[in-house]
Design a protein around this ligand. Structure first.
Ligand SMILES: C[S@@+](CC[C@H](N)C(=O)[O-])C[C@H]1O[C@@H](n2cnc3c(N)ncnc32)[C@H](O)[C@@H]1O
Length: 259
């Protein structure tokens, strides 16, 4: 049972109270834009962080991509003024394929809770290196090794092999970033306090965490599958382990540097 279809339930996602909101603010704090940059956001979801980014980029621009048409529509709707003003371009794009952007065309890349949905991080980092200008930066956060381990344990206990995500370690990511040409690389895992969503637990499992597994089940079996997994989460909690990556493209060599 693996995740395949890229469509997400954007309207339900938008109603949930999620730690992603905190991760978005934290990642923006790490990016700390000056305000005139062209920033690329990977996996913009409902456009919550796009709004924060646009507020931090009064003289800049945001390019937001997401694999789900419903999410891209939500990003546009949440930031309609910026779309009208030409400060936000949002489009559907599968990050497993080459970005339709010219080389050296963005100053920075921002992403929250998206990269772990992709298998080939080497490919993604290579694409980011290509579209960044010399000296441009990436500031990314996503699920890392050990993320929501309670869910994987619950799945194994009912005979389902966890899959559809890549929860990597810093030791796996750093060589890929280096191979893509990045410098000043930082990659670290951050363990969050256990998250207890209470009555939202089933909806969060259905909309986000178990989304890929449910796509392979008939609708009539989905609620029972969600409940079976939820019942096996100790205290109804999940523990997020976040990967925080930042890195920079080397600055262009000046003629003096090359002698
Ligand atoms: C958990 S949501 C995070 C959304 C948003 N960044 C947030 O923090 O709320 C993951 C997002 O990644 C997007 N995504 C997953 N796989 C993708 C892919 N292959 N290409 C582009 N986007 C993808 C999904 O459509 C979804 O919007």
């Amino acid at each position: 049972m693996a995740a395949t279809a890229r469509e997400w339930d954007a309207s339900t996602y938008g109603t949930l109270t999620l730690p992603h909101e905190r991760w978005g603010r934290r990642t923006l704090g790490r990016l700390a834009p000056v305000g005139d940059e062209v920033v690329l956001e990977l996996g913009s979801g409902t456009g919550r962080d796009a709004a924060l980014l646009l507020a931090a980029l009064p003289a800049g621009r945001l390019i937001a991509v997401d694999g789900s048409a419903a999410m891209v529509e939500a990003t546009r709707a949440a930031n309609a003024d910026a779309v009208a003003a030409g400060r936000l371009t949002a489009f559907v794009h599968d990050l497993a394929t080459p970005l339709p952007l010219p080389a050296g065309s963005v100053d920075a890349v921002f992403s929250v809770a998206t990269l772990h949905w992709l298998d080939d991080h080497g490919f993604v980092f290579g694409e980011l290196a290509r579209v960044l200008r010399p000296g441009g930066r990436i500031v990314l956060e996503y699920g890392g090794a050990g993320n929501i381990a309670e869910v994987d344990e619950a799945l194994r206990a009912i005979g389902v092999e966890p899959g559809g995500h890549r929860f990597a370690t810093p030791a796996q990511e750093v060589p890929l970033l280096r191979a893509a040409g990045f410098v000043d690389i930082e990659a670290a895992l951050r363990r969050e306090e256990p998250f207890r969503p209470g009555r939202d637990l089933d909806t969060i499992l259905r909309t986000i965490i178990l989304r890929g597994y449910l796509q392979t089940l008939p609708e009539r079996e989905r609620d029972a599958f969600v409940r079976t997994v939820a019942d096996r989460l100790p205290g109804g909690a999940v523990t997020y382990m976040r990967m925080e990556v930042s890195a920079r493209q080397p600055a262009e060599e000046s003629p003096c540097d090359t002698g």
